[in-house]
Design a protein around this ligand. Structure first.
Ligand code: UDP
Length: 323
């Protein structure tokens, strides 16, 4: 039986990856320090004989006994509200954490896939973003701690590949949504859905003319899975190219939830990217992958998940305030 280590296992993407690898017959070691993750995302796996959980911070030396075939490094705060609250941990997990996991991959002769992000493109001047675009990042802006950690992560990963011959893969993840997103992480999908369910107005930042392209989590996981088992070592964008303005997206959520609330406008956060849309030609070519679930369908699944949350959970979510 093949063994896989998934860091960030109690997070949104990490927990879905654990499910996928368990389903496909792997022995899964989930690792998380629970700073932003939540055990409730993986508690259903605890009874599974091939699932183990280590409560560990990957910025400290990572020890896993025995053999290891694959590592997927998904531990990181991943929303602007989190980078603002825990900027140093964000920098450390992308840099020191990645270094530790690359060392582990080398030691175990394991293949390692690193979760990078569209944030490496910063506020992009090229649209849509192709993998060969170098990006436009403000190193000292509020997002710099995440963006630069992820850029360093890509560099050290390629260095381990070229210098030590470690088998590496790099995925650049664009905005993704679905069940298990943290309601209070400040990202736009849980923010709008939470507001609609609590009967609050939806807060659009700036004029809402900035765009994003939202990928449903199942599509993303499939893309990552294919990349891990492919031979391609350079970064690959995985995301849904269907682009929408935040203002139109707010209107969609109002319709979908049937709320009688309206849109209100707040200040645009610093360095908030104006446009974001993945060019997924590379993923189509090397992975034969493209998203299958459209926003209407994916948002319905996501709303169903949030509707199941208790009133207490729904109300403990906080607002993101950049002023
Ligand atoms: N946004 C918004 N209202 C909110 C939360 C976010 O208008 O309550 C906007 C935010 O300014 C950004 C977009 O939605 O332009 C996506 O934000 P998110 O934090 O989800 O991810 P990002 O792509 O910016 O990392």
């Amino acid at each position: 039986m093949q063994k896989v280590l998934i860091t960030g296992a109690a997070g949104f993407l990490g927990s879905h990856l654990c499910d996928r690898f368990i389903k496909d017959g792997f022995h899964v070691i989930g690792m998380d320090n629970l700073i932003t993750g939540d055990l409730k995302n993986i508690e259903h796996l605890f009874k599974h004989e091939h699932f183990e959980f280590y409560n560990h911070d990957v910025t400290k030396f990572v020890h896993v006994p025995g053999e290891l075939d694959y590592i997927l490094h998904f531990a990181s705060p991943a929303s602007p509200i989190d980078y603002l609250k825990i900027p140093i941990q964000t920098l450390k997990v992308g840099s020191l954490g990645t270094h530790n996991l690359l060392g582990l991959a080398k030691e175990k002769n394991a293949r390692i896939l690193i979760a990078s992000t569209s944030e490496v493109y910063g506020d992009p001047l090229v649209h849509p973003q192709t993998e060969d675009y170098y990006g436009n990042v403000n190193t000292i802006g509020p997002r710099g701690v995440y963006d630069e950690a992820k850029r360093f992560q890509e560099s050290i990963t390629m260095a381990y590949h070229t210098y030590h011959g470690v088998e590496t893969r790099i995925v650049r993840i664009f905005n993704t949504y679905g069940p298990r997103m943290r309601l209070n992480d400040g990202r736009v999908v849980p923010a709008f859905i939470g507001q609609a369910l609590r009967g609050e107005d939806l807060t659009v930042f700036g004029e809402g003319l900035q765009t994003r392209s939202f990928c449903y989590v199942d599509d993303l996981i499939e893309g990552i899975y294919r990349l891990l088992f492919s031979d391609y070592v350079y970064p690959v964008n995985i995301g849904n190219p269907n682009e929408i303005t935040i203002r139109d997206f707010a209107e969609e959520i109002i319709k979908l939830t049937g709320t009688s609330q309206k849109v209100i406008y707040k200040d645009l956060p610093v360095n908030d990217p104006l446009q974001r849309q993945p060019d997924i030609s590379k993923a189509k070519e090397v992975l034969d992958w493209e998203p299958k679930i459209n926003r209407q369908e994916g948002m319905k699944y996501t709303l169903d998940y949030f509707k199941e949350l208790s009133t207490e959970e729904l109300h403990k979510s906080e607002h993101r305030d950049f002023s």
